[in-house]
Write a protein that binds this ligand. Structure first.
Ligand code: F0G
Length: 510
Protein backbone atom coordinates (compact mmCIF):
# COMPACT_ATOMS: atom_id res chain seq x y z
CA UNK A 1 0.00 0.00 0.00
CA UNK A 2 1.16 3.51 -0.57
CA UNK A 3 1.27 5.56 2.58
CA UNK A 4 -1.60 8.02 2.95
CA UNK A 5 -1.64 10.75 5.55
CA UNK A 6 -4.01 9.49 8.24
CA UNK A 7 -6.91 11.48 9.54
CA UNK A 8 -6.21 13.66 12.61
CA UNK A 9 -7.88 13.39 15.99
CA UNK A 10 -9.53 16.79 15.41
CA UNK A 11 -10.92 15.68 12.06
CA UNK A 12 -12.27 12.44 13.46
CA UNK A 13 -13.85 14.34 16.32
CA UNK A 14 -15.94 16.30 13.85
CA UNK A 15 -17.47 12.95 12.95
CA UNK A 16 -17.59 11.55 16.47
CA UNK A 17 -18.46 14.29 18.89
CA UNK A 18 -19.23 11.51 21.36
CA UNK A 19 -15.73 10.06 21.60
CA UNK A 20 -14.02 10.65 24.88
CA UNK A 21 -10.66 11.65 23.44
CA UNK A 22 -8.98 12.24 26.80
CA UNK A 23 -8.55 8.47 27.15
CA UNK A 24 -6.50 8.46 23.96
CA UNK A 25 -3.81 10.58 25.54
CA UNK A 26 -0.46 8.79 25.02
CA UNK A 27 0.93 9.68 28.46
CA UNK A 28 -1.55 7.23 30.00
CA UNK A 29 -0.06 4.22 28.22
CA UNK A 30 1.30 2.33 31.18
CA UNK A 31 -0.06 -0.57 33.24
CA UNK A 32 -0.86 0.32 36.84
CA UNK A 33 1.09 -1.63 39.45
CA UNK A 34 0.45 -2.29 43.16
CA UNK A 35 2.78 -1.04 45.94
CA UNK A 36 2.60 -4.55 47.41
CA UNK A 37 3.97 -5.94 44.15
CA UNK A 38 0.94 -8.20 43.74
CA UNK A 39 -0.03 -8.72 40.09
CA UNK A 40 -3.65 -7.62 39.70
CA UNK A 41 -5.41 -6.91 36.39
CA UNK A 42 -6.87 -3.61 37.52
CA UNK A 43 -10.07 -2.71 35.67
CA UNK A 44 -9.73 0.69 33.99
CA UNK A 45 -13.47 1.03 33.54
CA UNK A 46 -16.63 1.19 35.59
CA UNK A 47 -19.39 -1.37 35.06
CA UNK A 48 -22.58 0.39 33.98
CA UNK A 49 -24.83 -2.38 32.66
CA UNK A 50 -24.75 -5.98 33.87
CA UNK A 51 -26.25 -9.34 33.02
CA UNK A 52 -27.51 -11.71 35.74
CA UNK A 53 -25.91 -15.18 35.64
CA UNK A 54 -27.36 -18.49 36.83
CA UNK A 55 -25.62 -21.71 37.90
CA UNK A 56 -27.47 -25.00 37.43
CA UNK A 57 -26.59 -27.94 39.68
CA UNK A 58 -24.11 -30.57 38.56
CA UNK A 59 -26.74 -33.23 37.70
CA UNK A 60 -28.57 -30.76 35.44
CA UNK A 61 -25.30 -29.73 33.82
CA UNK A 62 -24.42 -33.36 33.03
CA UNK A 63 -27.87 -33.80 31.47
CA UNK A 64 -27.57 -30.54 29.47
CA UNK A 65 -24.22 -31.39 27.91
CA UNK A 66 -25.39 -34.90 27.01
CA UNK A 67 -28.45 -33.38 25.34
CA UNK A 68 -26.13 -30.97 23.51
CA UNK A 69 -24.27 -33.92 21.95
CA UNK A 70 -21.25 -33.26 24.17
CA UNK A 71 -20.53 -30.23 22.02
CA UNK A 72 -20.31 -26.91 23.91
CA UNK A 73 -21.48 -25.05 20.77
CA UNK A 74 -24.84 -26.80 21.11
CA UNK A 75 -25.51 -25.78 24.72
CA UNK A 76 -28.28 -23.29 25.44
CA UNK A 77 -26.65 -20.22 26.95
CA UNK A 78 -29.27 -20.18 29.71
CA UNK A 79 -27.70 -23.46 30.92
CA UNK A 80 -24.23 -21.86 31.10
CA UNK A 81 -22.77 -20.00 34.09
CA UNK A 82 -19.58 -18.50 32.62
CA UNK A 83 -19.72 -18.33 28.83
CA UNK A 84 -16.08 -18.49 27.79
CA UNK A 85 -16.82 -19.99 24.38
CA UNK A 86 -15.50 -16.99 22.49
CA UNK A 87 -14.82 -13.27 22.56
CA UNK A 88 -16.59 -12.98 19.20
CA UNK A 89 -19.37 -10.40 19.37
CA UNK A 90 -19.47 -10.57 23.18
CA UNK A 91 -16.86 -8.04 24.30
CA UNK A 92 -18.48 -5.44 26.54
CA UNK A 93 -19.29 -2.23 24.73
CA UNK A 94 -18.53 1.26 26.01
CA UNK A 95 -21.16 3.90 26.74
CA UNK A 96 -19.87 5.81 23.72
CA UNK A 97 -20.44 2.82 21.46
CA UNK A 98 -23.97 2.39 22.76
CA UNK A 99 -24.72 6.09 22.40
CA UNK A 100 -23.34 6.13 18.84
CA UNK A 101 -25.69 3.32 17.84
CA UNK A 102 -28.58 5.78 18.21
CA UNK A 103 -27.02 8.10 15.65
CA UNK A 104 -27.00 5.55 12.81
CA UNK A 105 -28.16 6.57 9.37
CA UNK A 106 -30.45 3.86 8.01
CA UNK A 107 -30.26 4.77 4.30
CA UNK A 108 -29.72 1.80 2.01
CA UNK A 109 -27.15 3.63 -0.12
CA UNK A 110 -24.70 6.37 0.79
CA UNK A 111 -25.35 6.16 4.53
CA UNK A 112 -23.47 8.70 6.66
CA UNK A 113 -22.71 5.78 8.99
CA UNK A 114 -20.61 4.16 6.25
CA UNK A 115 -18.43 7.27 5.93
CA UNK A 116 -17.98 7.51 9.70
CA UNK A 117 -16.80 3.90 9.82
CA UNK A 118 -14.56 4.44 6.79
CA UNK A 119 -12.98 7.43 8.57
CA UNK A 120 -12.49 5.43 11.78
CA UNK A 121 -10.70 2.77 9.71
CA UNK A 122 -8.57 5.50 8.20
CA UNK A 123 -7.81 6.70 11.75
CA UNK A 124 -6.42 3.32 12.83
CA UNK A 125 -5.04 1.99 9.50
CA UNK A 126 -4.50 5.08 7.32
CA UNK A 127 -6.45 3.34 4.55
CA UNK A 128 -8.53 4.97 1.84
CA UNK A 129 -10.83 2.19 0.62
CA UNK A 130 -13.26 0.09 2.63
CA UNK A 131 -15.49 -2.82 1.65
CA UNK A 132 -18.00 -3.73 4.37
CA UNK A 133 -18.99 -7.35 5.03
CA UNK A 134 -21.22 -9.01 7.60
CA UNK A 135 -18.36 -10.65 9.54
CA UNK A 136 -14.78 -11.90 9.26
CA UNK A 137 -15.46 -15.09 7.35
CA UNK A 138 -17.45 -13.13 4.77
CA UNK A 139 -14.27 -11.11 4.12
CA UNK A 140 -12.39 -14.41 3.78
CA UNK A 141 -14.98 -15.59 1.27
CA UNK A 142 -14.52 -12.40 -0.78
CA UNK A 143 -10.71 -12.49 -0.64
CA UNK A 144 -10.41 -16.22 -1.34
CA UNK A 145 -12.99 -16.18 -4.17
CA UNK A 146 -11.06 -13.28 -5.72
CA UNK A 147 -7.50 -14.57 -5.39
CA UNK A 148 -7.37 -18.32 -4.60
CA UNK A 149 -7.44 -20.55 -7.70
CA UNK A 150 -7.43 -24.36 -7.93
CA UNK A 151 -3.92 -25.66 -7.25
CA UNK A 152 -2.73 -22.44 -5.63
CA UNK A 153 -1.24 -22.05 -2.15
CA UNK A 154 -1.60 -19.68 0.76
CA UNK A 155 1.33 -19.38 3.13
CA UNK A 156 0.29 -18.26 6.59
CA UNK A 157 1.76 -18.13 10.08
CA UNK A 158 -1.09 -20.41 11.17
CA UNK A 159 -4.51 -21.13 9.74
CA UNK A 160 -7.84 -20.17 11.26
CA UNK A 161 -10.74 -22.65 10.81
CA UNK A 162 -12.95 -20.49 8.57
CA UNK A 163 -9.96 -19.13 6.61
CA UNK A 164 -8.75 -22.64 5.81
CA UNK A 165 -12.25 -23.73 4.76
CA UNK A 166 -12.54 -20.80 2.32
CA UNK A 167 -9.06 -21.41 0.89
CA UNK A 168 -9.87 -25.12 0.41
CA UNK A 169 -13.33 -24.39 -1.04
CA UNK A 170 -11.59 -22.39 -3.77
CA UNK A 171 -9.18 -25.25 -4.52
CA UNK A 172 -6.22 -23.85 -2.61
CA UNK A 173 -3.93 -25.38 -0.02
CA UNK A 174 -2.67 -23.90 3.26
CA UNK A 175 1.00 -23.95 4.26
CA UNK A 176 1.86 -22.99 7.85
CA UNK A 177 5.22 -21.49 8.67
CA UNK A 178 5.40 -20.83 12.40
CA UNK A 179 8.41 -22.62 13.90
CA UNK A 180 7.73 -25.99 15.53
CA UNK A 181 8.52 -24.46 18.94
CA UNK A 182 5.45 -22.18 18.65
CA UNK A 183 3.27 -25.29 18.85
CA UNK A 184 4.85 -26.29 22.17
CA UNK A 185 2.62 -24.83 24.92
CA UNK A 186 5.53 -24.69 27.37
CA UNK A 187 8.00 -22.96 25.04
CA UNK A 188 8.58 -19.41 26.24
CA UNK A 189 9.13 -16.74 23.64
CA UNK A 190 7.41 -13.38 23.24
CA UNK A 191 6.09 -13.69 19.69
CA UNK A 192 5.03 -17.25 18.97
CA UNK A 193 2.90 -16.04 16.05
CA UNK A 194 6.00 -14.93 14.11
CA UNK A 195 6.65 -16.63 10.78
CA UNK A 196 9.85 -18.63 10.47
CA UNK A 197 11.45 -16.55 7.71
CA UNK A 198 13.63 -19.43 6.46
CA UNK A 199 10.55 -21.61 6.18
CA UNK A 200 8.70 -18.82 4.35
CA UNK A 201 11.57 -18.63 1.85
CA UNK A 202 11.95 -22.40 1.39
CA UNK A 203 8.19 -22.99 1.03
CA UNK A 204 7.92 -20.14 -1.49
CA UNK A 205 10.78 -21.73 -3.42
CA UNK A 206 9.19 -25.19 -3.20
CA UNK A 207 5.73 -24.25 -4.54
CA UNK A 208 6.90 -21.36 -6.77
CA UNK A 209 5.94 -17.76 -6.07
CA UNK A 210 3.66 -17.73 -9.14
CA UNK A 211 1.54 -20.41 -7.44
CA UNK A 212 1.06 -18.40 -4.27
CA UNK A 213 -2.38 -16.82 -4.06
CA UNK A 214 -1.12 -14.70 -1.19
CA UNK A 215 0.81 -14.71 2.04
CA UNK A 216 -1.44 -14.25 5.07
CA UNK A 217 -0.35 -12.97 8.46
CA UNK A 218 -2.84 -13.48 11.28
CA UNK A 219 -2.53 -11.08 14.22
CA UNK A 220 -2.91 -12.70 17.64
CA UNK A 221 -2.65 -16.16 16.11
CA UNK A 222 -5.90 -17.74 17.31
CA UNK A 223 -5.39 -21.49 17.11
CA UNK A 224 -1.98 -21.58 18.76
CA UNK A 225 -3.23 -19.76 21.83
CA UNK A 226 -3.79 -16.11 20.85
CA UNK A 227 -0.06 -15.65 20.36
CA UNK A 228 1.15 -12.34 18.89
CA UNK A 229 3.25 -11.45 15.84
CA UNK A 230 6.04 -8.92 16.24
CA UNK A 231 6.32 -5.70 14.28
CA UNK A 232 9.82 -6.77 13.18
CA UNK A 233 8.51 -10.05 11.77
CA UNK A 234 5.67 -8.33 9.89
CA UNK A 235 8.20 -5.94 8.40
CA UNK A 236 10.45 -8.80 7.27
CA UNK A 237 7.54 -10.79 5.78
CA UNK A 238 6.30 -7.71 3.94
CA UNK A 239 9.78 -6.99 2.53
CA UNK A 240 10.18 -10.60 1.38
CA UNK A 241 6.80 -10.55 -0.39
CA UNK A 242 7.17 -7.08 -1.91
CA UNK A 243 10.56 -8.00 -3.40
CA UNK A 244 8.92 -10.97 -5.12
CA UNK A 245 5.60 -9.38 -6.08
CA UNK A 246 3.60 -11.65 -3.73
CA UNK A 247 0.23 -10.36 -2.51
CA UNK A 248 0.07 -9.87 1.27
CA UNK A 249 -3.08 -10.20 3.38
CA UNK A 250 -3.35 -9.28 7.05
CA UNK A 251 -6.06 -10.76 9.27
CA UNK A 252 -6.48 -8.02 11.87
CA UNK A 253 -9.32 -9.68 13.80
CA UNK A 254 -7.16 -10.10 16.91
CA UNK A 255 -5.10 -6.95 16.34
CA UNK A 256 -6.10 -5.24 19.60
CA UNK A 257 -4.38 -7.87 21.78
CA UNK A 258 -1.47 -8.01 19.35
CA UNK A 259 -0.99 -4.23 19.58
CA UNK A 260 -0.82 -4.52 23.38
CA UNK A 261 1.88 -7.20 23.14
CA UNK A 262 3.94 -5.24 20.62
CA UNK A 263 3.74 -2.18 22.85
CA UNK A 264 4.71 -4.08 26.03
CA UNK A 265 7.11 -6.72 24.68
CA UNK A 266 8.93 -5.26 21.67
CA UNK A 267 11.59 -2.79 22.82
CA UNK A 268 11.40 -0.49 19.74
CA UNK A 269 7.63 -0.01 20.30
CA UNK A 270 7.76 1.04 23.95
CA UNK A 271 7.83 4.73 23.13
CA UNK A 272 5.27 4.51 20.32
CA UNK A 273 1.58 5.07 20.92
CA UNK A 274 -0.81 2.21 20.19
CA UNK A 275 -2.14 4.12 17.21
CA UNK A 276 1.35 4.80 15.86
CA UNK A 277 2.03 1.05 15.94
CA UNK A 278 -1.22 0.31 14.08
CA UNK A 279 -0.38 2.94 11.48
CA UNK A 280 3.05 1.37 11.03
CA UNK A 281 1.65 -2.15 10.56
CA UNK A 282 -1.06 -1.30 8.02
CA UNK A 283 1.13 -0.19 5.06
CA UNK A 284 3.08 -3.47 5.31
CA UNK A 285 0.11 -5.32 3.77
CA UNK A 286 -1.81 -5.02 0.50
CA UNK A 287 -5.15 -6.10 1.97
CA UNK A 288 -6.33 -5.97 5.59
CA UNK A 289 -9.50 -7.68 6.76
CA UNK A 290 -11.06 -8.06 10.18
CA UNK A 291 -13.88 -9.55 12.15
CA UNK A 292 -15.49 -6.60 13.92
CA UNK A 293 -16.96 -9.14 16.30
CA UNK A 294 -13.44 -8.93 17.76
CA UNK A 295 -11.67 -5.80 16.53
CA UNK A 296 -14.01 -2.91 17.26
CA UNK A 297 -16.00 -4.82 19.92
CA UNK A 298 -19.33 -5.01 18.06
CA UNK A 299 -20.62 -7.25 15.27
CA UNK A 300 -19.53 -6.99 11.62
CA UNK A 301 -16.47 -7.06 9.41
CA UNK A 302 -14.61 -5.37 6.60
CA UNK A 303 -11.75 -5.24 4.12
CA UNK A 304 -9.53 -2.18 3.74
CA UNK A 305 -6.73 -1.31 1.35
CA UNK A 306 -4.98 1.57 -0.33
CA UNK A 307 -4.82 -0.39 -3.60
CA UNK A 308 -7.79 0.54 -5.79
CA UNK A 309 -7.16 -2.26 -8.26
CA UNK A 310 -7.41 -4.92 -5.54
CA UNK A 311 -10.52 -3.28 -4.15
CA UNK A 312 -12.14 -3.19 -7.62
CA UNK A 313 -11.43 -6.93 -8.02
CA UNK A 314 -13.24 -7.76 -4.77
CA UNK A 315 -15.96 -5.12 -4.90
CA UNK A 316 -18.57 -6.96 -7.07
CA UNK A 317 -18.79 -9.73 -4.46
CA UNK A 318 -20.02 -7.31 -1.77
CA UNK A 319 -23.43 -6.46 -3.30
CA UNK A 320 -23.71 -10.04 -4.58
CA UNK A 321 -23.25 -11.80 -1.22
CA UNK A 322 -23.36 -9.22 1.57
CA UNK A 323 -25.44 -6.14 0.88
CA UNK A 324 -25.02 -2.77 -0.80
CA UNK A 325 -21.51 -1.27 -0.74
CA UNK A 326 -22.29 1.12 2.11
CA UNK A 327 -23.46 -1.47 4.63
CA UNK A 328 -22.30 -4.92 3.42
CA UNK A 329 -24.86 -6.90 5.40
CA UNK A 330 -24.17 -5.14 8.70
CA UNK A 331 -26.73 -3.30 10.75
CA UNK A 332 -25.89 0.43 10.60
CA UNK A 333 -26.20 0.52 14.40
CA UNK A 334 -23.43 -2.05 14.69
CA UNK A 335 -21.35 -0.05 12.19
CA UNK A 336 -21.55 3.01 14.44
CA UNK A 337 -20.47 0.88 17.41
CA UNK A 338 -17.57 -0.60 15.42
CA UNK A 339 -16.35 2.88 14.44
CA UNK A 340 -16.14 3.99 18.06
CA UNK A 341 -14.75 0.60 19.06
CA UNK A 342 -11.91 0.98 16.53
CA UNK A 343 -10.97 4.40 17.88
CA UNK A 344 -11.13 3.03 21.44
CA UNK A 345 -8.83 0.18 20.35
CA UNK A 346 -6.08 2.80 20.20
CA UNK A 347 -6.51 3.25 23.96
CA UNK A 348 -3.90 1.23 25.87
CA UNK A 349 -6.22 0.81 28.87
CA UNK A 350 -8.93 -0.67 26.69
CA UNK A 351 -6.75 -3.19 24.85
CA UNK A 352 -4.77 -4.19 27.95
CA UNK A 353 -7.85 -5.69 29.62
CA UNK A 354 -7.96 -9.04 27.81
CA UNK A 355 -4.21 -9.65 28.07
CA UNK A 356 -4.08 -8.77 31.78
CA UNK A 357 -7.04 -11.00 32.62
CA UNK A 358 -5.62 -13.87 30.56
CA UNK A 359 -2.34 -13.63 32.44
CA UNK A 360 -4.10 -13.46 35.82
CA UNK A 361 -6.25 -16.46 34.87
CA UNK A 362 -3.23 -18.49 33.78
CA UNK A 363 -1.36 -17.67 37.01
CA UNK A 364 -4.36 -18.90 39.01
CA UNK A 365 -4.62 -22.07 36.91
CA UNK A 366 -0.90 -22.68 37.21
CA UNK A 367 -1.12 -22.42 41.02
CA UNK A 368 -3.44 -25.47 40.83
CA UNK A 369 -1.04 -27.34 38.56
CA UNK A 370 -3.20 -26.93 35.43
CA UNK A 371 -0.98 -26.92 32.30
CA UNK A 372 -1.56 -24.14 29.77
CA UNK A 373 -0.11 -22.27 26.81
CA UNK A 374 2.62 -19.88 27.89
CA UNK A 375 3.51 -17.10 27.72
CA UNK A 376 0.05 -15.61 28.21
CA UNK A 377 -1.45 -14.63 24.86
CA UNK A 378 -4.59 -12.73 23.98
CA UNK A 379 -8.16 -13.93 23.46
CA UNK A 380 -8.36 -16.30 26.43
CA UNK A 381 -6.70 -18.86 28.69
CA UNK A 382 -5.67 -21.89 26.67
CA UNK A 383 -5.50 -25.04 28.80
CA UNK A 384 -3.16 -27.72 27.47
CA UNK A 385 -5.50 -30.70 27.13
CA UNK A 386 -2.74 -32.72 25.47
CA UNK A 387 -1.02 -32.87 28.88
CA UNK A 388 -4.11 -32.56 31.10
CA UNK A 389 -5.71 -35.70 29.62
CA UNK A 390 -2.61 -37.54 28.44
CA UNK A 391 -4.32 -40.86 29.22
CA UNK A 392 -7.08 -40.23 26.63
CA UNK A 393 -6.20 -41.52 23.10
CA UNK A 394 -5.73 -38.66 20.58
CA UNK A 395 -8.52 -40.06 18.36
CA UNK A 396 -10.92 -39.58 21.29
CA UNK A 397 -10.53 -35.79 21.28
CA UNK A 398 -8.75 -34.74 24.45
CA UNK A 399 -9.66 -31.05 24.24
CA UNK A 400 -13.27 -31.87 23.35
CA UNK A 401 -13.50 -34.16 26.39
CA UNK A 402 -11.96 -31.50 28.63
CA UNK A 403 -14.51 -28.94 27.38
CA UNK A 404 -17.32 -31.34 28.39
CA UNK A 405 -15.73 -31.96 31.81
CA UNK A 406 -15.21 -28.22 32.49
CA UNK A 407 -18.88 -27.59 31.81
CA UNK A 408 -19.97 -30.46 34.06
CA UNK A 409 -17.83 -29.40 37.03
CA UNK A 410 -18.34 -25.64 36.77
CA UNK A 411 -20.96 -24.61 34.24
CA UNK A 412 -18.01 -23.11 32.37
CA UNK A 413 -18.38 -23.11 28.59
CA UNK A 414 -15.06 -23.26 26.75
CA UNK A 415 -14.23 -24.23 23.18
CA UNK A 416 -12.28 -27.19 21.83
CA UNK A 417 -9.32 -26.17 19.70
CA UNK A 418 -7.64 -29.34 18.50
CA UNK A 419 -8.33 -32.43 16.38
CA UNK A 420 -12.09 -31.99 16.59
CA UNK A 421 -11.74 -28.55 14.97
CA UNK A 422 -9.84 -30.11 12.03
CA UNK A 423 -11.34 -31.64 8.89
CA UNK A 424 -10.64 -35.33 8.29
CA UNK A 425 -7.85 -36.47 5.93
CA UNK A 426 -8.85 -37.59 2.42
CA UNK A 427 -8.62 -41.25 3.54
CA UNK A 428 -11.17 -40.62 6.31
CA UNK A 429 -8.73 -40.77 9.22
CA UNK A 430 -8.59 -37.97 11.75
CA UNK A 431 -6.09 -35.20 11.01
CA UNK A 432 -4.42 -35.20 14.43
CA UNK A 433 -3.79 -31.66 15.58
CA UNK A 434 -0.39 -30.89 17.07
CA UNK A 435 -2.12 -28.96 19.84
CA UNK A 436 -5.11 -29.99 21.94
CA UNK A 437 -6.38 -26.85 23.66
CA UNK A 438 -9.39 -25.98 25.76
CA UNK A 439 -9.89 -22.28 25.12
CA UNK A 440 -11.51 -20.29 27.89
CA UNK A 441 -12.13 -17.02 26.09
CA UNK A 442 -11.83 -13.77 27.97
CA UNK A 443 -14.15 -11.31 26.26
CA UNK A 444 -12.88 -7.80 26.96
CA UNK A 445 -14.22 -6.18 30.17
CA UNK A 446 -16.75 -9.01 30.72
CA UNK A 447 -15.43 -11.14 33.61
CA UNK A 448 -14.04 -10.36 37.05
CA UNK A 449 -11.10 -11.69 39.03
CA UNK A 450 -13.39 -13.62 41.42
CA UNK A 451 -14.96 -15.39 38.46
CA UNK A 452 -11.47 -16.35 37.30
CA UNK A 453 -10.76 -17.70 40.80
CA UNK A 454 -13.88 -19.85 40.49
CA UNK A 455 -12.67 -21.19 37.11
CA UNK A 456 -9.26 -22.01 38.56
CA UNK A 457 -10.87 -23.67 41.60
CA UNK A 458 -13.11 -25.97 39.54
CA UNK A 459 -10.42 -26.76 36.94
CA UNK A 460 -7.95 -27.38 39.78
CA UNK A 461 -10.37 -29.95 41.23
CA UNK A 462 -10.81 -31.45 37.77
CA UNK A 463 -7.05 -31.70 37.34
CA UNK A 464 -6.79 -33.70 40.55
CA UNK A 465 -9.56 -35.97 39.29
CA UNK A 466 -8.45 -36.04 35.66
CA UNK A 467 -8.18 -39.85 35.60
CA UNK A 468 -12.02 -39.91 35.73
CA UNK A 469 -12.31 -38.13 32.37
CA UNK A 470 -12.47 -40.33 29.26
CA UNK A 471 -12.81 -39.78 25.54
CA UNK A 472 -15.54 -38.90 23.04
CA UNK A 473 -16.68 -40.36 19.73
CA UNK A 474 -18.86 -38.89 16.98
CA UNK A 475 -22.42 -40.05 16.60
CA UNK A 476 -23.28 -37.38 13.99
CA UNK A 477 -20.40 -35.91 12.03
CA UNK A 478 -20.91 -33.15 9.44
CA UNK A 479 -18.41 -33.17 6.55
CA UNK A 480 -17.27 -29.57 7.01
CA UNK A 481 -16.87 -27.53 10.22
CA UNK A 482 -17.85 -30.58 12.25
CA UNK A 483 -16.92 -28.84 15.51
CA UNK A 484 -19.77 -26.37 15.12
CA UNK A 485 -22.68 -28.81 15.02
CA UNK A 486 -21.36 -32.38 15.24
CA UNK A 487 -22.76 -34.58 18.04
CA UNK A 488 -20.63 -36.91 20.16
CA UNK A 489 -21.03 -39.42 22.97
CA UNK A 490 -18.87 -40.05 26.02
CA UNK A 491 -17.06 -43.38 25.80
CA UNK A 492 -17.86 -45.62 28.83
CA UNK A 493 -20.17 -43.12 30.51
CA UNK A 494 -17.33 -41.31 32.32
CA UNK A 495 -19.48 -38.19 33.05
CA UNK A 496 -21.56 -40.21 35.56
CA UNK A 497 -18.41 -41.08 37.53
CA UNK A 498 -17.22 -37.49 37.37
CA UNK A 499 -20.53 -36.18 38.74
CA UNK A 500 -20.43 -38.74 41.58
CA UNK A 501 -16.89 -37.68 42.57
CA UNK A 502 -17.86 -33.98 42.42
CA UNK A 503 -20.85 -34.56 44.74
CA UNK A 504 -18.71 -36.56 47.15
CA UNK A 505 -16.00 -33.88 47.37
CA UNK A 506 -18.32 -30.83 47.27
CA UNK A 507 -21.64 -32.01 48.78
CA UNK A 508 -22.81 -28.49 49.60
CA UNK A 509 -21.97 -27.07 46.18
CA UNK A 510 -23.98 -26.74 43.02
N1 F0G B 1 -9.96 -14.62 11.70
C1 F0G B 1 -9.69 -14.86 12.99
C2 F0G B 1 -8.30 -14.74 13.48
C3 F0G B 1 -10.72 -15.19 13.87
O1 F0G B 1 -10.44 -15.41 15.15
C4 F0G B 1 -12.04 -15.27 13.38
C5 F0G B 1 -13.14 -15.65 14.26
C6 F0G B 1 -12.27 -15.02 12.03
C7 F0G B 1 -11.21 -14.69 11.22
C8 F0G B 1 -13.65 -15.10 11.45
O2 F0G B 1 -14.39 -14.01 11.86
O3 F0G B 1 -16.25 -15.00 13.23
O4 F0G B 1 -16.40 -12.68 12.30
O5 F0G B 1 -16.56 -14.64 10.82
N2 F0G B 1 -12.99 -16.19 15.37
C9 F0G B 1 -14.07 -16.55 16.30
C10 F0G B 1 -13.51 -17.23 17.52
C11 F0G B 1 -15.17 -17.33 15.66
O6 F0G B 1 -14.32 -17.67 18.33
O7 F0G B 1 -12.31 -17.30 17.71
P1 F0G B 1 -15.98 -14.09 12.07
Amino acid sequence: MTTQSPITLQEINQDFSLVHTASLSPDAEQAIGFFSGKKVPLEMHRVTTVKRLYLKDVDSRAACIEQAGNNTFLLDNRDVFLDMLTDSGVNSMSIFQQAAMQTADDSYAGSATYYRLKNALNYIFGTEYFLPAHQGRACENIICTSFVTPGSYVITNYHFTTTKAHIMNNGGEVIEVVPETSLDPAHLTDFKGDMDLDLLASETERVGKENLAFVRVEAGTNLIGGQPVSLANMRAVSKFCRERGILTVFDASLLADNLYFIKTREPEAKTKTVREIALEIAPLFDIIYFSARKLGCARGGGIVSNNLELIETMKPLVPLNEGFLTYGGMSVREMEAIAIGLIESCDFHVISQTALFVEAGLDLLESKGVPSVRPAGGLGCHVDAMKFLDHVPLEQYRAGALAVAAYIVGGIRGMERGTLSEERNADGTDHLSKMELLRLAMPRRAFTLSQLEYVADRLGWLYENRHLVGGLRFVEEPKQMRFFFGRLEAIDDWPTKLVAAFKKDMPSQL
